[in-house]
Design a protein around this ligand. Structure first.
Ligand SMILES: Cc1cc2nc3c(=O)[nH]c(=O)nc-3n(C[C@H](O)[C@H](O)[C@H](O)COP(=O)(O)OP(=O)(O)OC[C@H]3O[C@@H](n4cnc5c(N)ncnc54)[C@H](O)[C@@H]3O)c2cc1C
Length: 387
């Protein structure tokens, strides 16, 4: 297809990957981000092989190796005595089974690598401080309006504006977000002086009744990222940036092993955030004329499979391939939705089913789980069928 004028709203992981994939394919891209600058403070994320495979394909392998960490294993420990309940190898198995690594990386390091790749291609104009407030389309294309009074016109709009997408809200009847009975706290903690079990290069899941903590190190082992999750009956608002007092998470995890207490008490002041876990049923329609939804805007999900970013990265690769493979833009967008919807719906529903998986795990179930991840980690968005 001839080069398209692509507008992207949202400069997170999905938006930047889409900009990279579409500009590499020869399209002219303008990307608009609401924040005053690109990149974000954020926290750690796990990138599974289905995501790193795509990023490697786009030439980010070396950048990811420099910034990310390859955990040797995923360890499971009892909440009270730290006894090892399981130990699943990651680094060696992921590369040999799936041909791509499992990485832990600081979100801002990933965004920095994506921004550098987008900059090297030179076909994307980046605009920070542009909050999209609405959009219209007619036979000539799509117009996006911004809160600062600016507007932009293109052949196609890709909405990558996240879980609370303004573009999706304009197009789709508001889908009911449901609270799933779990609350999470997250923080990044300097690793210096912490016990060996929490500065382990492997990821560690501490498991107790109705509670668990996932923790792993970042940036060469200098930081520990933790997410502590506990069952709770009610919650009022969606969003994951609400500051929380340290005493709150300490109270929830009182009586847990002393290593866990050391980790929690090392949380710097004002570095603890809290959010209630919500999700929605899979959306039927991602394409509205020349507007396509991508990433969390299309398929927000619970974090229990660590697949939110991975799905956004896969979406971006498939969207660029579909636009390249069809002469007609409408046919290309329809194919994009066709290829992506079923897979992302399966991940949404599976993540929901795994809501309190860790609290229920036995050794046997962990083994079964390991055997059933091929459909997730083995998927190749750079070569899957799109015709
Ligand atoms: C604590 C936590 C841990 C997670 N861990 C993992 C993990 O380990 N692995 C994994 O794969 N996923 C993980 N996820 C999920 C993952 O972060 C998301 O799925 C992923 O960031 C989605 O990317 P996105 O680009 O669609 O949206 P986002 O990353 O949310 O980016 C949206 C962008 O759009 C911008 N924006 C929003 N509205 C507008 C507007 N109106 N105009 C212009 N710009 C706008 C925002 O500022 C933002 O930059 C985690 C999520 C959370 C909350």
């Amino acid at each position: 297809m001839q080069a398209q004028r692509v507008l992207i709203v949202g400069g997170g992981i999905g938006g930047l990957t889409a900009a990279m994939a579409l500009s590499r394919a020869g399209h002219s891209v303008r990307l608009y981000e609401q924040a005053p600058a690109f990149g974000e403070i954020g926290a750690g994320i796990m990138l599974t092989p289905n995501a790193t495979r795509v990023l490697r394909h786009f030439g980010l392998g070396a950048a990811l190796d420099r910034r990310g960490m390859r955990p040797p294993a995923s360890r499971y420990r009892r909440f009270d005595d730290a006894a090892l309940m399981g130990d699943a190898p990651l680094a060696a198995v992921m590369e040999s089974t799936h041909g791509a690594p499992w990485l832990h990386i600081h979100r801002s390091d990933l965004l920095e690598a994506l921004l550098a790749a987008v900059g090297e291609q030179g076909a994307t104009d980046l605009y920070a401080g542009h909050r999209a407030t609405g959009c219209e389309q007619d036979g000539a294309g799509v117009t996006v309006r911004f809160g600062n009074g600016a507007s932009a016109e293109g052949d196609l709009l890709v909405a990558c504006d996240g879980v609370r997408s303004t573009v999706r809200a304009q197009l789709v009847e508001r889908a009911q977000a449901r609270f799933r009975g779990q609350v999470a706290w997250r923080a990044l903690v300097p690793a210096g002086g912490l016990p060996e079990r929490v500065t382990d290069r492997s990821s560690v899941v501490w498991i107790g009744e109705d509670r668990h903590i996932v923790q792993y190190v970042l940036r060469g082992g200098s930081l520990v990222n933790y997410v502590a999750i506990a069952a709770q009956r009610e919650w009022v608002e969606e969003g994951w940036n609400r500051p929380a007092p340290l005493e709150e998470v300490q109270k929830e995890f009182a009586g847990w092993h002393e290593d866990v207490q050391s980790l929690l008490s090392a949380t710097p002041a004002d570095a603890l955030y809290k959010w209630g876990l919500f999700d929605r049923d899979p959306l039927e329609q991602w394409i509205h004329g020349r507007i396509a939804l991508l990433g969390d805007a299309a398929h927000p999900m619970l974090p229990f499979m660590a697949q939110g970013s991975a799905m956004a990265i896969e979406d971006a690769a498939v969207l660029a391939r579909c636009i390249g493979a069809f002469d007609d833009l409408d046919a290309a967008l329809s194919r994009y939705q066709g290829v992506r919807r079923e897979r992302t719906a399966r991940v949404i529903l599976q993540s929901r089913a795994q809501t309190n998986l860790y609290q229920r795990l036995t050794g046997d179930k962990k083994r079964q789980r390991a055997a059933s991840t091929e459909w997730v980690y083995g998927f190749d968005a750079t070569s899957c069928a799109i015709q």
